[in-house]
Design a protein around this ligand. Structure first.
Ligand code: ASP
Ligand code: MG
Length: 403
């Protein structure tokens, strides 16, 4: 098999850990597999580089920021290659551009556009292990980066370009859990999860996989496994829903903290509040999440929606400025909220899921303030003080008996 193995920051966090990674790669090769390795920067070294830039200027140039941050991964590629060579394995480091990872010409969070498989497949033919820098690419001759956590995406995109049989993401947790095991009693590791469920979970802030990596895996049907580099435990397989045996109604419980709610009350329907308001907020990069529009009275519309607490003041300012054109009566806002979500592909064919979720939240004492649903997700906004009780109650209600 051709396997792409990606090792995250903690997995290559020290010389000793790098040795362990090299041992694991050596073992994979000894089993007769071909391996391409993708690595992150060591430990928290990317954060350290961000700090360093902040000490030089409060407004670093984006091109230079990418040039700086890309060095972290290069350190890892060289050291992992050396560790492999020491074990008698032919290995070579590749920067993003040496591996022909072309991105769009954007700094800070560029998307990968193409990967020419030639340089890596040539080296595979020589029986060498290519150790590729994650998180970086090249566009119009400049180094670009893919956004924090982007090495996962590099690994999946390389697996797709090389038509690898498997992409293994090695991290410091042993897979994808039904909920955050540090906060939810009885949370357990999932054997498998579909791309769509994983995408929802990743977008809801589960840190295990970069959302774009999941998107790429789904698009190219890359077989993906998330597992720990610290143990031999089997990880979680992320794959297409159609290949899964038995869909769970609920696969995972996720949470988001520091949510604020805004309500624009008494808008005349003629002012098209949805279009005008949300276009303005989007232009100013205020991310709007749960949206509820209610037309209770013919002549008036109420619109409420959530933003992150960090964006609240800016959102309020922007909406105050629109007061005249929208013609609303007042804005109400509320902080100290959070969002609890359940995700599951089997939800589509199971009515009553939302009702069961409301019941579980009620049992935890939480009042549901807002709800949004998709085919495979139900999200409820509640007060933050109930968060921990709420995720435990929801998890117990849906997941404990499914293990
Ligand atoms: N080193 C980068 C970061 O810390 C990319 C990654 O680890 O995936 O965000
Ligand atoms: Mg990561």
């Amino acid at each position: 098999m051709l396997i792409v193995q990606k090792y995250g920051g903690t997995s290559v966090g020290s010389p000793e850990r790098i040795g362990k990674v090299a041992d694991r790669i050596a073992k994979t090769i000894a089993k007769g597999h071909q391996v391409v390795v993708v690595v992150s920067a060591m430990g928290h070294s990317t954060d350290a580089l961000v700090d360093l830039a902040a000490q030089v200027t409060e407004n670093p140039d984006k091109r230079e920021m990418d040039a700086l941050l890309a060095t972290g991964e290069q350190v890892s590629t060289a050291l992992v290659s050396m560790a492999l060579q020491k074990r008698g394995i032919q290995a070579k480091s590749f920067t993003g551009w040496q591996a022909a990872v072309q991105t769009e010409p954007v700094h800070g969070a560029a998307r990968i556009e193409t990967i020419d498989p030639q340089p890596l497949s040539d080296y595979l033919k020589e029986n060498g292990v290519a150790v590729v820098a994650g998180f970086q690419g090249i566009a119009k001759g400049a180094v670009t980066t893919l956004g924090r956590g982007g090495s996962d995406t590099t690994a999946v995109a390389i697996a797709a370009a090389l038509k690898a049989d498997l992409c293994e993401i090695y991290t410091d947790v042993d897979g994808v859990y039904t909920a955050d095991p540090r906060k939810v009693t009885g949370a357990y590791k999932l054997e498998q999860v579909s791309y769509d469920e994983m995408l929802e979970l990743a977008n809801l802030g589960s840190q295990v996989l970069h959302p774009r990596a999941v998107e790429t895996a789904k698009r190219h049907q890359v077989a993906l496994v998330v597992r720990s580099s610290f143990t031999d435990a089997e990880g979680t397989v992320v794959k297409d829903m159609t290949t899964m045996e038995g869909l769970r109604v609920v696969t995972g419980v996720a949470q988001e903290k520091e949510v604020a709610r805004l309500a624009i009350v008494g808008v005349p329907p003629s002012s098209k509040p949805l279009t005008n308001m949300f276009r303005t907020l989007a232009k100013q990069n205020v991310n709007v999440d749960v949206i509820v529009q209610s037309i209770l009275r013919e002549e008036e519309v109420d619109v409420s929606f959530t933003v992150s607490e960090a964006d609240l003041d800016r959102a309020l300012e922007l909406l105050e400025a629109l007061k005249e054109s929208l013609g609303y009566r007042e804005i109400v806002h509320e902080k100290g909220l959070c969002k609890v979500s359940i995700v599951g592909a089997g939800m589509i064919s199971n009515p009553g899921v939302a009702a069961q979720m409301f019941e579980a939240l009620e049992a935890a004492g939480a009042r549901v303030k807002m709800v949004s649903t998709s085919e495979i997700k139900v999200s409820c906004v509640i007060e933050s003080s109930y968060l921990e009780a709420a995720i435990n109650s929801v998890h117990a209600s849906f997941l404990l008996d499914q293990e």
